[in-house]
Design a protein around this ligand. Structure first.
Ligand code: CTP
Length: 409
């Protein structure tokens, strides 16, 4: 499915100057593996980090550098090259290049090609975290987005300069998967996805309940991204105030036990289960038939444990590909990895909650962990993060078909 996803798509890969330029070599290979026809343009600064020869060997095509190379212009002039491109991908896109593009400069071959082409533009930024966070960079990206450019990533984590934060180039497979999705490549075509979302409410009496602050937005974004990726999607939603994403089937539930029953009913028909719901771990041992009255003293509620839906699905003999979520206030990576292993998941999406982040916010930040790898997704809109999560699921399932079929781990 993934091999044929970019069949003969003519991609102009622009590489700008930065230490991440070396990763563009791997990207060139992956694009060709996906069936694309790739021509590479290096900026003058990129050529200080990597050589044209590397990209010539990997793309099987001559590599362009400057605007003033007479021999290259005679072979394929820059206007011809701009017309040839069906898509322009710049990876890595440096802060400087982003600034020049935002201002419509044409002071080197790559920026000239971008102006001279009508091909859609995708940028995978890579830079120091401070440069990424700078208002100038964010404003420039805003301008480019408003003109239709798509920004892929960046990831976050440790940086070549020794800093830690957002600004790492996305991994090559993640860039390819996102390009495929943009190109209408249906990453999850023919796949059945079950998503749980939102909080659960546990009734105490006819007017009161125990709940949590989950808004359901992340889970709904995941359902939407899965549907966009061509999956048939069943959403099991706790009590939330959100519209159903287009093309998604929805069942509404209230308590953890209702969610448990509905999920177990749908699990046998799904290939992937993404458990994004914030399921209450406990419920009142008894639901009072009538409204509890003040007694003038303390009130003790006895709580009893709810079923762990995800753990139960993980223990099934024939289990789907399993994705869990972990909301943590501290020790994100350590706790989430422990959860991944304890629940025998294929992938976990961890996010920090508390202090104004996570629940009920429009954007989020996710750390994706799987048994032999991880990817940190920098803060972004929940739908963008959901799309990156779906791309990662597709890549992992492709890399390990046994796991994709739900082999017990
Ligand atoms: N989950 C579930 N059923 C439950 C509780 C959680 O399916 N009864 C799922 C959530 O949807 C999420 C993952 O399990 O995907 C969260 O793991 P869990 O260990 O339950 O998280 P916490 O409840 O936050 O655990 P802890 O208190 O140990 O941090």
């Amino acid at each position: 499915m993934i091999e044929s996803a970019l069949p003969n798509l003519r991609i102009l890969l622009g590489v700008s100057g930065g230490i991440a330029a070396y990763k563009a070599a791997e990207l060139t290979r992956r694009l060709r593996d996906a069936g694309a026809d790739v021509r590479v343009v290096l900026t003058e600064n990129a050529a200080r980090f990597v050589t044209a020869l590397t990209f010539q060997a990997l793309s099987g095509q001559p590599v362009r550098g400057g605007l003033w190379d007479e021999a290259a212009e005679a072979a394929m002039g820059h206007i011809e090259l701009a017309r040839w491109a069906q898509r322009i991908l710049i990876a890595p896109a440096s802060a400087d290049l982003i600034a020049r593009l935002a201002h419509g400069l044409a002071d080197d071959l790559l920026t000239t090609l971008c102006l001279a082409s009508t091909a859609p533009l995708a940028l995978a930024p890579a830079m120091n975290q401070q440069m990424w966070a700078h208002a100038a960079t964010q404003a420039n990206l805003g301008v480019l987005r408003s003109r239709g450019a798509v920004v892929l990533g960046p990831g976050s984590g440790s940086q070549a300069c020794g800093d830690f934060g957002a600004g790492r180039l996305l991994e090559a497979d993640a860039i390819v998967a996102e390009l495929m999705a943009l190109h209408g490549g249906k990453l999850l075509a023919g796949t059945r996805v079950l998503v749980s979302a939102g909080p659960t409410f546990e009734d105490i009496d006819p007017v009161r309940y125990l709940g949590n602050r989950s808004s359901g937005r992340m889970g709904f974004a995941v359902a939407q991204a899965a549907a966009e990726a061509g999956a048939s999607v069943q959403l099991v939603a706790g009590p939330v105030h959100l519209p159903t994403p287009a093309g998604v089937a929805r069942s509404d539930v209230r308590s953890a036990r209702e969610m448990h029953a509905t999920v177990m009913q749908h699990v046998p028909q799904c290939d992937i289960f993404i458990s994004a719901a914030a399921v209450g771990d406990y419920r009142p041992a008894e639901i009072a038939a009538h409204k509890l009255k003040k007694t003038g003293g303390a009130l003790a509620l006895t709580l009893t444990e709810n079923p762990d839906i995800l753990a139960e699905v993980a223990a099934l003999k024939k289990r789907p590909f399993l994705v869990g979520f972990a909301a943590e206030t501290q020790n994100l990576r350590t706790y989430a990895r422990a959860k991944l292993e304890r629940k025998k998941l294929d992938l976990i999406a961890a996010n920090r909650v508390g202090g104004g982040s996570g629940f009920d916010a429009a954007d989020n930040e996710l750390l994706l962990l799987w048994p032999d790898g991880e990817e940190a997704l920098a803060r972004g809109a929940k739908l963008d993060l959901a799309r990156a999560l779906i791309a990662r699921i597709a890549t992992l399932r492709k890399a390990d078909p046994a796991r994709a079929k739900g082999a017990k781990r």
